[in-house]
Design a binder for this molecule. Structure first.
Ligand code: FE2
Ligand code: FE2
Length: 351
């Protein structure tokens, strides 16, 4: 090495030290990479066992306390330190036992519930009593008051999905407790929002923000529509028979930060592979199958059955296969795609 090069290296080291002291860095310097998320599958059996056990050892606390909600959180192994399912979304499974109330609060994070087990428990969102039936999707957009009550004799269990990691990353996370007690008063009957905001509706021009509507999508309707579409042969090569849950007024996603879909894979159906920006968390509503993520020697096979959950990272090639030759399989999924679309970052590539 010439004397000039040695001199340059010495000066470069000194420059790095000088910049570091002033919280500066050169673009050429190495930096810590953010972790790549891995495809993952969580077995329902394990989630359920832990959730039921938590019901025996972790009482529900008051709004504002850490245990105000009793949930078991799904963690991507790449994000153990931050306890997150993806870099934007958190999926958890919540248990409310007979007679319990999860007290009212509201927050800037948007939330939704997808019901797994319920025999008539309800959630109250912005004063509307929403009866929860298995497979229903309930929206709690940001800053909507919400509390949950189980007045039945059976456990109620649902998936919670919140955009907390995105909201937190943007330093936009805050919330408050309902000022007048554990439960907000019920002022609107079950079905109110579906009648007021559905296809036949009164004038909605005075609603401050139609992108943030409380809403319930019923499983019975989703299932019937999927079967009608299957009979009519209306299916995608890449997703099977698929429906997007949309905001009834804007026609856009359920909420600005979370997109929701439900798809049916017909008996024996295999989809073609595609890759797109936006990470997706799936929940098998019913049936069994395999989702292959990645290609060639790098591929990971995620085998899933009823109520299992799994994760497909952004830009991961993926294809689904229904392993039953006689029964359909149903996948509910949530994605941060609406955020990528709003920022013009959505791309898709098809095999
Ligand atoms: Fe909440
Ligand atoms: Fe996809």
């Amino acid at each position: 090495m010439s004397a000039t090069n040695t001199d340059m290296e010495t000066r470069l080291d000194a420059l790095h030290a000088r910049m570091k002291k002033s919280s500066l860095a050169g673009h050429w310097q190495e930096r810590k990479r953010r972790p790549d998320l891995v495809p993952w599958r969580w077995k329902w059996e394990t989630i359920y066992d832990c959730l039921i056990e938590s019901g025996e050892v972790m009482p529900i606390g008051h709004a504002g306390e850490r245990n105000a909600r009793r949930t078991v959180q799904l963690i991507n192994p790449s994000l153990v330190d931050v306890k997150a399912t993806s870099k934007t979304l958190q999926m958890s499974v919540q248990l409310v036992k007979p007679g319990e109330v999860a007290e009212a609060h509201r927050h800037t994070a948007a939330a939704l519930r997808f019901i797994v087990a319920s025999t008539g428990a309800y959630t109250t969102v912005e004063g509307e009593q929403m009866i929860m039936e298995p497979g229903d999707l309930v929206l709690t957009p940001n800053w909507n008051w919400h509390d949950h009550a189980n007045n039945t004799d059976d456990n109620v269990i649902w998936l919670d999905v919140l955009d907390v990691h995105l909201t937190g990353h943007l330093d936009g996370m805050f919330g408050e407790q309902f000022p007048e007690g554990a439960a907000q008063p019920i002022t609107k009957p079950d079905g109110y929002s579906r009648k007021r905001f559905g296809a036949m509706r009164p004038d909605t021009s005075d609603i401050a923000d139609v992108a943030l509507l409380p809403y319930v999508y019923k499983w019975a309707e989703a299932e019937a529509t999927l079967h009608e579409m299957a009979e009519a042969g209306e299916a995608s090569d890449y997703d099977g028979v698929i429906l997007e849950y949309t905001n009834p007024i804007t026609g856009g996603p359920t909420m600005p930060t979370i997109g929701c879909w439900v798809q049916m894979l017909r008996p024996g159906e295999s989809t073609r592979a595609h890759s797109h920006t936006g990470s997706t968390i799936y929940h098998a509503v019913g049936g069994a199958g395999v989702t292959t993520v990645g290609r060639g020697s790098e591929a990971t096979e995620l085998t899933w059955g009823e109520h299992d959950c799994f994760f497909v990272p952004s830009l991961g090639w993926h294809e689904h296969r229904n392993t039953s030759k006689t029964e359909p399989a149903y996948l509910f999924s949530v994605t941060d795609r609406p955020v990528l679309q709003a920022l013009h970052l959505h791309r898709e590539e098809r095999a």
